[in-house]
Design a protein around this ligand. Sequence first.
Ligand SMILES: Nc1ncnc2c1ncn2[C@@H]1O[C@H](COP(=O)(O)OP(=O)(O)O)[C@@H](O)[C@H]1O
Ligand SMILES: [Mg+2]
Length: 296
Amino acid sequence: MTSTLTISHLTKAFGGVKALSDVSLAVEPGERVALLGHNGAGKSTLMKVILGLIAPDGGEISVCGAAPGKARSKVAYLPENAAFHSALTGLEQITYYMRLRGEAASGAMELLDRVGLGHAAKRRIGTYSKGMRQRVGLAQALIGHPRLLVLDEPTSGLDPVSRRDFYELLDGLAADGASILLSSHALTEVEARTDRLLILSGGRMVAEGSLPELRREAALPVSMQITALNGYDTDIMAALPDAIRLNGGLHLSCTQEDKLATLARISAMQEKVADLEVIPPSLEDIYSHFSRRDGQ
Ligand SMILES: Nc1ncnc2c1ncn2[C@@H]1O[C@H](COP(=O)(O)OP(=O)(O)O)[C@@H](O)[C@H]1O
Ligand SMILES: [Mg+2]
């Protein structure tokens, strides 16, 4: 199968600032890919290069088999801060965009219904909340039959229910074979709803894979929280010299490799232990681990 998007060795600098350095990636049909990174990591620049809005300094890009900007009808874009005409109603705005794209405007209402804006279609956009304006942007991105959706922080400003609806909409599009590249700061939010994560840091791709793959690669320490039976904490601390007292219990951190051996030592003292909790590295720990690499 041909990739919807392929990028190899892409670079882009603004004056002295290297916004993208040697970035390579591919997105397959039906794949949902999350692009993660702190502010200034290069996410929006990468998206604008894919759209053909910014020319790269070097590298190769193919978007739906064409050069950036040459396959417009197949590519949808939701910019970071989409701005709309506040005097128009949602329906008027989408009708206008559909005419611009050469689509029959009769489908505008259906599109607004799909993004959950049907009830407010005839209200002026000036009266919409941030989340509602975000949905206008999403409706705009769904015009036609895009094969690649490039969505720049599409869920910022959406409440949790709207986020869930939004990801369900994306699932449907992906099931229909569309590729999705969306950016976010929030690893927690995207990890369950996308197939693959890409982490940009300082313009470099520092990690790529599913969350379990990134978790393995990061090999961050595991925490254990031990609750001693009354009076036994001193005994346990003597047996586990690395343990410290924390939050009324005993806390221990060990490498992934030492995890089973450490658990065996704890279970050997089971008559002294009231409870044990094993805490894997959090999503944010994994994200920080990769985003901080490369001197960031
Ligand atoms: N038009 C521009 N002119 C100058 N510098 C820019 C421009 N666009 C982006 N940059 C710089 O490029 C870097 C990456 O920015 P950006 O792609 O917007 O990051 P992100 O979307 O991940 O927050 C930042 O250092 C930013 O200041
Ligand atoms: Mg951005």
